[in-house]
Design a protein around this ligand. Structure first.
Ligand SMILES: Cc1cc2nc3c(=O)[nH]c(=O)nc-3n(C[C@H](O)[C@H](O)[C@H](O)COP(=O)(O)O)c2cc1C
Length: 216
């Protein structure tokens, strides 16, 4: 029998910041940008652009995993992956996804619901081109999310590819590229004392962002 691991005393009081209606911009991407740079400036070891993406899988289960946000703008939020991975197939079947960020140092969370679409070939090409060689070969050799025989199998393949592409430009694999998530709702959560956290949700309604406060 395994022992019971009781974590009921793990409790933190959140006191660093506030999120009040009179302080916030009309557009949630502007607020996201402000929060992103504040998280960046704290200069912690956090990967500020690491985000959780949840998809509804072909098996009917939701699944979360971390990916790296590589761009954001008024259009949405982009990341890069293998289109034939578990998440790639899930998104191409059901493009409704949810992204979330937890910036622990700021006691902040952002949750984005949106519709994902492939970015253009040009966008994927230009991002692929700026990746280090090892990452390019990794993308080429990894049948992401599939079962493989061993680590050695992968390492052997890497060696072969390194020889094959010595002094040759590595082309972007056609099954690898970007997704752009166009947001329909963005919720900002700021930890506060006594668990009376601030939650402000922006929802897109006929091209206007409706702003509402949610109970914590
Ligand atoms: C910090 C961090 C960053 C990651 N960034 C990416 C990424 O940008 N793209 C990606 O495909 N996988 C990334 N991964 C790996 C994914 O979490 C995941 O294992 C992989 O994409 C396969 O997911 P899937 O089988 O659900 O499709 C990252 C993992 C971590 C922990």
């Amino acid at each position: 029998m395994q022992k019971m691991n009781d974590l009921s005393n793990y409790r933190k009081s959140y006191e660093k910041n506030k999120l009040l209606e009179h302080q916030i911009p009309k557009n949630p991407i502007d607020l996201f940008g402000i929060w992103f740079s504040q998280a960046e400036k704290l200069g912690t070891t956090e990967e500020v652009n690491a985000m959780n993406i949840s998809t509804l899988g072909l098996d009917g289960f939701p699944k979360n995993r971390i990916v790296l946000l590589k761009k954001f703008s008024g259009q949405g939020f982009s990341f890069y992956t293998n289109y034939e991975s578990e998440k790639g197939k899930a998104i191409l079947t059901n493009p409704k996804v949810c992204l979330s960020f937890f910036w622990q140092s700021m006691e902040r969370q952002v949750i984005i619901k949106g519709i994902a679409e492939k970015t253009t070939e040009e966008d994927s090409d230009s991002y692929f081109a700026c990746r280090p060689i090892g990452s390019k070969l990794g993308a080429m050799l990894s049948p992401q999310s599939k079962v493989i025989p061993s680590r050695e199998f992968m390492e052997k393949q890497l060696e072969l590819l390194e020889q094959e592409f010595e002094n040759i430009e590595i082309p972007r694999p056609k099954n690898w590229g970007g997704f752009l998530v166009r947001p329909i709702s963005i919720e900002f959560w700021q930890g506060r004392t006594n668990r009376l956290h601030d939650r402000i949700r922006y929802q897109q309604k006929s091209n206007i962002w409706k702003i509402e406060r949610l109970a914590p």
